[in-house]
Design a protein around this ligand. Structure first.
Ligand SMILES: Cc1cc2nc3c(=O)[nH]c(=O)nc-3n(C[C@H](O)[C@H](O)[C@H](O)COP(=O)(O)O)c2cc1C
Length: 191
């Protein structure tokens, strides 16, 4: 792949299960975040912040998810619980992108959440550009109020995404991409 869009065209996710150590160290992660925060931001609200979940904290979070999953469904089976236990166990570093919302006189919440989502995408690109693989995941923990409290989110904060980052164990296969031509039409004024 060559040309000015080669980097963009080469972007793809690496499933979190295929991400191993080493992950980015502190300076490298900060470098990636410096690129990722350059998102369009209506009103310059900076409606996002980051939580790093790394090392043993990933495993502790997994155990907390199992406890919460059992509260939500006491009949949950071992397969389901194991999935929750290991949600954060694969990639060495997970960055939770937290959307900071709340009342705002001018900028709609959806626009501020969009900026936080753009950060997620920009972080995927930055990780790949730095030689890492990454995947944007949510799942039920991103929406469960008990988990959000456990993560220290305020009432007016939400998870835009968990960005799992690590070294790819294998080359992720390409998947079919939408055909832009079939998605593009011209708007015309009515006569
Ligand atoms: C907001 C958001 C949440 C996502 N959550 C999940 C998830 O929980 N589980 C999952 O398998 N993929 C999830 N995905 C999809 C993956 O991030 C990714 O797009 C997918 O693995 C396909 O890879 P690609 O990015 O190369 O197209 C999510 C994507 C977005 C935008």
């Amino acid at each position: 792949m060559t040309g000015p869009l080669a980097n963009l065209d080469g972007r793809r996710s690496v499933p979190s299960k295929q991400l191993a150590a080493p992950g980015p160290d502190q300076p490298t992660l900060l470098r990636m975040l410096r690129s990722a925060v350059r998102v369009p931001d209506h009103g310059k609200r900076v409606p996002f912040r980051f939580l790093r979940i790394a090392g043993d904290a990933r495993l502790a979070l997994g155990e907390a998810l199992v406890a919460r999953a059992l509260e939500r469904d006491p009949q949950a089976g071992e397969t389901v619980l194991d999935k929750d236990r290991n949600r954060f166990a694969h990639a060495p570093v997970v960055v939770a992108v937290v959307a900071r919302l709340g009342p705002d006189e001018k900028i709609p919440e959806s626009e501020r959440f969009s900026s936080a989502s753009c950060v997620c995408f920009a972080l995927l690109q930055a990780a790949q550009a730095c030689g890492y693989g990454a995947q944007w995941l949510t799942g039920w923990p991103a929406y469960d109020p008990v988990v959000l409290r456990l993560l220290g989110l305020a009432e007016d904060e939400r998870i835009a995404g968990f960005i799992h980052i690590g070294t790819p164990k294998l080359e992720a296969p390409e998947r079919d991409r939408p055909d832009p031509q079939s998605l593009l039409s011209d708007w015309m004024p009515h006569a």
